[in-house]
Design a protein around this ligand. Structure first.
Ligand code: ATP
Ligand code: MG
Length: 772
């Protein structure tokens, strides 16, 4: 039934020998790029992207391993999954605490020193502030460029790609995790216009993936007994838990974390996964809470109540009138417009950076980040100097607001370049302060009119500019915090206007700042449900829920009118081929044959000469090859699909080579475990250049039958491409064979045929493992 595919099997050793002369020499010359410079180039060019194998390859080794499993295997597997969910939660929570602790302390020391010095000289204070920032940013960009290029940026587009079925080399490695953690400390502590939340999602994903593969083999930190989740399919679930844990840790928003994973990053979701992700997020919440309680007693230096984005505006506006809905919808429109503009500008700048600037090497990247640090420090120090101070607002006695308060500690009104003690500088309060304190100040609902419109507009324009310029530098960077700062500024501006306009209503500018933040994030990232829940969780004010929903819906609709969401745009720019959940309209009028028109299928015979396999691998970049055999009547039959990575494992192991050109049968099997064929997450895997064979070995044969996937997915050539797309996307496939109309049907399966008896022995092992 499968005959009819054009076979193009190179049959002469001459061609293969020709290719063989290009093999690397023993000293490793030509053994492929391995330096981090090469890794950089690879990341920039998009060549480091490869599909994942979510499909279970039911080859003999797999079947044998399934057959050998004891009856305790499934409970052990389930228990380990839950244990890993727990460990991911604990690990991500601890990483978040470490990052926050370091950032808060570095910022605290920076501001304490600067404030002590500016009492004597503003110039020296500026110098110290700038050098402190520069040192931190330099450390961050140095780590990223020299040690972990994949740690640059937020990592969310790459993780989104991973969960969609494409792996970007390097994103889940141990060194990326280390680079991400220490790089975020430098970039956030160094006062750049970026946040640590996106990097925390990536950190959670790295922790999950590393746990899944039992540690890092390269750094001898691996343990075999937990290496049960090595397949891409299992790792996908763990990485999903890691993403949710990252958001839960960043915002102390466990439900928001689960919804973020569901709405934004994953492409496949199951109810079983929901439970585990929920559990992981809950664990994170407990870990973070315990650490915060411990630190509140002053054991963590400057890291006390602050650090995580939590602000409590429960003392603020608890009700709203219908007249306010219009200005709130306006906030949504502004959020959509500014968010879409942000996406577009960052797209242009990132494109330019990748094609012109970053290709020039590490030094340019380091210089660029340092220059941006200098500009950021100068703007944030000099602009507040130009503002006049205002007297501290009269506060209720137990309002909790102190004025003035040194920044970097509990962050309230900042006395900067003021002649009196009981004065504050409104621009310094948001610009010359740690991000979390600045956000707390912008959201402050305790007093009215803390900020002049002039200061807010200055901050909005400058910070927007800085956020756009900083995006895409070679440091770990999240866009949540810049988004919240930008949004809350214009939200507050609208709030001030509304207060003036509707004098009699009980309106809090802080509430408008919160809505502004939600609208900008909605307009840029285009998330709705998860953002809404995150906002509610971090503000503790459920009454604002309908308002947040309103601005998010408006801002998303306006943003969608102009362009795609930030992460989708960035993924596309990085060459990550994301598959949307729905096929394009035009696919309805095309069929499977149209998608592979003019394709000459490269196949391998069941028993192939080693030299021919090498030749095929060298002359083609394809990652999968149909394997053909002769039927009883001499006709050609496709017996399965073999992956390039599996062929490379076999060629390197050499143990399966045989002298005979005839099939050997399944007697070879004990030579390989299923795990031999699994490659570590986001590593480059083996390359044909790693294979070194002698002339004698080249003349031997290899029977591919035991190692191929005997049941790849097959579609008839006239199936509509939209249908093929849905099949491919929903099953997470990597290859589909397109065949002519079958001549015969051997059976037909309906729903009832799949309802097997509830007898465990009858349930197929794969069904067991995927149902847990
Ligand atoms: P992956 O990430 O798995 O490499 P890909 O989309 O890059 O995914 P490739 O295997 O690199 O897939 O193939 C690239 C192109 O070559 C596709 O258009 C595909 O249809 C075609 N192709 C893949 N395998 C073969 C093959 N064995 N013979 C002929 N064409 C193939
Ligand atoms: Mg490819």
């Amino acid at each position: 039934m499968l005959s009819g595919v054009d076979h193009d099997v190179p049959d002469g050793i001459g061609m293969a020998r020709l290719a063989w002369t290009r093999l690397p020499t023993a000293d490793g010359e030509g053994a492929g790029p391995s330096t981090s410079e090469a890794a950089d180039d690879e990341l920039l060019s998009g060549a480091a992207i490869e599909s994942l194998d979510y499909e279970v390859i039911e080859n003999y080794a797999y079947r044998e391993e399934q057959a050998q499993r004891s009856k305790f295997w499934v409970p052990y597997y389930v228990m380990l999954k839950w244990l890993f969910a727990l460990l991911i939660g604990v690990g991500t929570g601890l990483a978040a605490i470490f990052i926050n602790l370091a950032v808060e302390n570095f910022s605290g020391w920076k501001y304490t020193a600067t404030f002590a010095i500016i009492k004597h000289s503003y110039f020296v204070g500026f110098f110290v502030y700038t050098v402190f920032n520069l040192a931190l940013v330099f450390s961050s960009v140095y780590i990223v460029t020299n040690f972990a290029p994949a740690a640059a940026g937020s990592g969310i587009p790459e993780i989104k790609g991973y969960l969609n079925g494409v792996d970007t080399h390097g994103i889940l490695l141990f060194r990326t995790l280390v680079g991400k953690i220490f790089g975020s400390i430098g970039s956030v502590g160094g006062g750049l216009a970026l946040g640590k939340e996106g990097p925390l999602v990536h950190t959670g994903a790295c922790i999950a993936s590393l746990l899944g593969q039992g540690g890092s083999a390269k750094y001898h930190l691996s343990s075999r007994w937990v290496r049960i989740f090595e397949s891409d399919r299992d790792r996908r679930d763990l990485v999903t838990c890691g993403c949710a844990a990252g958001v839960a840790a960043a915002f102390r928003a466990p439900v928001g974390g689960v919804l973020f994973a569901l709405e934004e990053v994953t492409s496949w979701w199951r109810s079983h996964l929901m439970w585990r992700v929920f559990f992981t997020s809950a664990v994170v919440a407990v870990v973070v809470r315990s650490a915060m309680n411990w630190c509140n007693s002053g054991k963590c230096g400057h890291f006390g109540a602050g650090g995580f984005i939590i602000w409590d505006i429960s003392g603020g506006q608890e009700d709203y009138s219908y007249q306010e809905l219009f200005p709130m919808a306006i906030i949504g429109v502004i959020g959509g417009l500014l968010g879409a503009l942000f996406n577009q500008l960052t797209l242009y700048i990132t494109k330019w950076r990748r094609t012109c600037l970053h290709k020039k090497g590490k030094r340019v990247q380091i210089f660029e980040a340092c220059l941006i640090s200098l500009v950021t420090s100068t703007i944030s120090f000099v602009l507040p100097l130009l503002r006049k101070c205002s007297p501290c607002p009269k506060l209720e006695t137990n309002s909790g607001i102190e004025c003035p308060h040194p920044p970097g500690t509990d962050g309230n009104f900042v006395n900067f370049y003021c002649s009196q003690d009981r004065e504050y500088n409104d621009l310094a309060t948001i610009f010359f302060n740690t991000q979390d304190d600045a956000i707390r100040n912008l959201f402050s609902a305790k007093t009215f009119h803390e900020y002049s419109a002039q200061s807010l507009i200055t901050f909005l324009v400058m910070f927007y500019f800085l956020a756009v310029v900083t995006f895409g530098t070679a440091v770990p960077a999240g866009q949540f915090v810049p988004g919240i700062m930008i949004g809350s500024t214009y939200g507050r501006l609208v709030g001030m206007f509304v207060v003036k306009f509707y004098k009699k209503l009980n309106i809090e500018e802080g509430t408008y700042a919160l809505l502004g933040a939600a609208s900008f994030l909605g307009g840029s990232m285009r998330m709705t449900v998860s953002l809404c829940v995150i906002m509610v969780e971090i503000t503790n004010n459920l009454k604002l829920l309908p308002l947040i929903m309103l601005v998010l819906l408006v801002s998303k609709a306006v943003g969608d009118f102009f362009n795609e969401g930030l992460y989708e745009e960035q993924a596309r720019l990085r060459g990550i081929p994301l598959l949307d959940s729905r096929p394009k309209q035009v696919m309805r009028n095309m069929n499977a044959r149209d998608a592979c028109k003019n394709q000459k299928v490269v196949c391998l015979p069941r028993v192939s000469r080693v030299v021919d396999i090498i030749s095929v691998l060298r002359t083609n970049k394809h990652n999968g090859f149909p394997v053909v055999d002769r039927g009883q009547n001499g006709e050609s039959l496709v017996i399965g699909l073999i992956l390039r990575s599996h062929l490379l494992v076999l060629l390197q192991a050499k143990v399966d080579f045989q002298n005979s050109a005839f099939p050997c049968g399944p007697g070879v099997l004990n030579r390989h475990n299923f795990s031999d064929f699994v490659k570590p997450a986001s590593s480059k895997g083996k390359s044909i250049d790693d294979i070194h064979l002698t002339e004698d070995e080249l003349g031997l044969y290899l029977d591919l039958a035991p190692f191929l996937n005997p049941s790849p997915y097959i579609v008839p050539e006239d199936m509509s491409l939209a249908k093929v797309y849905n099949l491919f996307r929903q099953l997470g496939l990597r290859h589909i064979f397109v065949v002519p109309r079958p001549s015969r049907v051997v059976g037909l399966i309906t729903r009832k045929d799949l309802l097997l008896e509830e007898d465990n022995n009858n349930v197929m092992p794969e069904l067991q493992s995927t149902s847990v």
